[in-house]
Design a protein around this ligand. Structure first.
Ligand code: GDP
Length: 497
């Protein structure tokens, strides 16, 4: 274990928002610093056992509770104390000043966790999971961060790296005996091991989409024709009737995003500024704008206007599918405004039970009222075929009314299913871009190894590629680190973490 000479301190809670603040102190002088500041009721911190709580007062400042941690049984692995005081910015500032005057040093961002890593309390990916856990805003994000924090994630990567190390030592052995032209490992066996490692990494890379969406929210785009009811639907889903704000001079609302947690998953509705432009503005900008957010989304809610004539609905649907079919985005097609069908007099149209018998179209304003969702889907499919637009599979349409809330529960269930967390079986998910990129580089190297073995490339070159893959995997949990890497990771933490 590496020993740091200095003792660091920082507020561990955000100042000024709660009733209590905690100041964290870690390093060899922690207990002495506490004793120099606090008049304890019972004995000094220096003579206290770890995991004990002491009451005392900092004269003229505040009464405090101090938790004592003895190395190595603390977050950082060092002697540490946590001072709980009242959450006044003035009190926190004064205590920190006193700590610094007594010989402490203000901690840099992420320095506590960095010490925990250097002292072997956690590996690098666990340290990163601490940040994710703290910022987790949904059950899903929390579950994934917790799994990574508990080390399930690193042990999988360590095992994978271990296999590659075994492979490397076989190759290195051959290098040692290169004069004698021996092969210690059967090429077929090596190739098998490699193939399974490549598959494993590919699976991890594939999990990033779900992992990242779970961590930062599944991006959802609501698209469809003007007046189809997109903003009404957004408001209905968000559960509050927010006003549609039209142009506010000088404000740019291009990045407006609303979030919603359903079934433990966080959903992010992207580019809601576009959705909320009122009719005329959208017409001016053109339909293009409302479609632009499709690229950034993972789930698309395609809103069809149930009051529009069939031809228009087909056209609008074809525009949506033209952009979605062939991608791996999930499309949920919705026919909105079905409540308006109920307004048709029962003797004219038994709309209440929605039997969708084909009636003569007397009320064009009621759009596709005479078609059931299945029939509508068939009509749209025919239209797409005629126009040569790929449908990307069988179309399914869900009837909803953004106004009355009808069908929204079914929509919520579909969203939850499409979000991916419901199917998550605890398998390892890559949630971190740094890890993703390291895995990509490792995969590249392994592919070169595989090719090299295939082409009988000299063993030293193959071994070099293999070492690179091993290096990359090691950077994920910190088997290999550089100051720059650690600086990058912990620099993004806040002070006190
Ligand atoms: P957007 O342009 O797609 O965002 O459409 P809006 O949400 O602004 O809605 C356009 C019009 O359709 C408004 O007058 C809404 O009140 C109306 N509307 C939206 N959803 C429904 C619905 O479910 N039923 C009915 N009857 N009208 C709706």
């Amino acid at each position: 274990m590496k020993h740091f000479d200095d003792t660091i301190c920082a507020p561990a809670t955000s100042v000024g928002t709660g009733a209590i603040s905690v100041i964290r102190v870690s390093g060899p002088d922690s207990l002495r610093l506490a004793d120099s500041l606090v008049e304890f009721r019972t004995g000094a911190a220096m003579s206290s056992e770890g995991y004990s709580l002491k009451y005392g007062s900092i004269p003229g400042v505040d009464d405090v509770l101090v938790s004592i941690f003895r190395a190595p049984h603390s977050y950082t692995g060092e002697d540490s104390v946590e001072i709980s005081c009242h959450a006044s910015p003035y009190i926190v500032q004064t205590i920190l000043q006193k700590l610094v005057s007594a010989g402490g040093r203000m901690a840099e961002p992420g320095e506590f966790t960095r010490r925990a890593f250097v002292n072997g309390k956690m590996d690098l990916s666990q340290a990163e999971a601490v940040a994710d856990l703290i910022s987790s805003g949904s059950e899903a994000a929390h579950a994934v961060a917790l799994n990574q924090l508990k080390g399930g994630y690193s042990s999988e990567l360590k095992a994978l790296r271990g296999q590659l190390l075994d492979l490397a030592s076989l190759l290195e052995l051959e290098l040692d005996f290169s004069e004698e032209d021996v092969e210690f490992a059967s090429r077929a066996q090596l190739q098998n091991l490699l193939d399974s490692a490549v598959l494993h990494i590919e699976k991890l890379l594939g999990s990033f989409k779900v992992g990242n969406a779970i961590r930062s929210g599944v991006p959802v785009a609501i698209v469809g024709a003007v007046n189809a009811g997109k903003s009404t639907l957004l408001n209905a889903l968000l559960g509050e009737d927010r006003a549609i704000v039209s142009d506010v001079p000088g404000t740019t609302r291009d990045t407006v995003e609303e979030t919603l947690t359903l079934g433990g998953t966080l959903f992010r509705f992207i580019d809601t500024a576009g959705i909320r432009e009122s009719g005329d503005a959208v017409e001016k900008i053109g339909i293009e704008r409302s479609f632009r957010c499709i690229d950034k989304a993972q789930i698309i809610l395609g809103v069809l206007d149930g009051c529009a004539p069939l031809e228009e609905v087909c056209k609008s649907c074809s525009e949506i599918l033209g952009r979605v079919a062939g991608t791996d985005k999930k499309l949920l097609l919705l026919r909105n405004k079905v409540d308006s069908y109920d307004a048709i007099a029962p003797e004219e149209f038994p709309a209440v039970d929605r039997s969708y018998n084909c009636f003569e179209l007397k009320y064009p304003a009621f759009g596709t009222y005479n078609l059931s969702p299945v029939q509508l889907a068939e009509k749209i499919s025919d239209y797409l075929k005629r126009k040569g637009v790929p449908a990307g599979g069988e179309l399914q349409i869900l009837d909803i009314s953004a106004r009355t809330g009808e069908g929204l529960d079914a929509l919520r269930s579909k969203l939850i299913a499409a979000g991916g967390f419901a199917d998550w079986n605890g398998a390892t998910l890559v949630t971190n871009l740094r890890h993703y990129e390291a895995l990509e580089r490792a995969l590249d190297s392994l592919r070169r190894v595989s090719l090299g073995l295939d082409r009988k490339t000299p063993v030293d070159l193959v071994a070099q590629d293999l070492r690179e893959a091993i290096y990359e995997l090691g950077t994920i949990f910190g088997a290999v680190t550089t100051d720059e890497l650690l600086g990058n990771i912990f620099g993004r933490f806040c002070i006190g973490k």
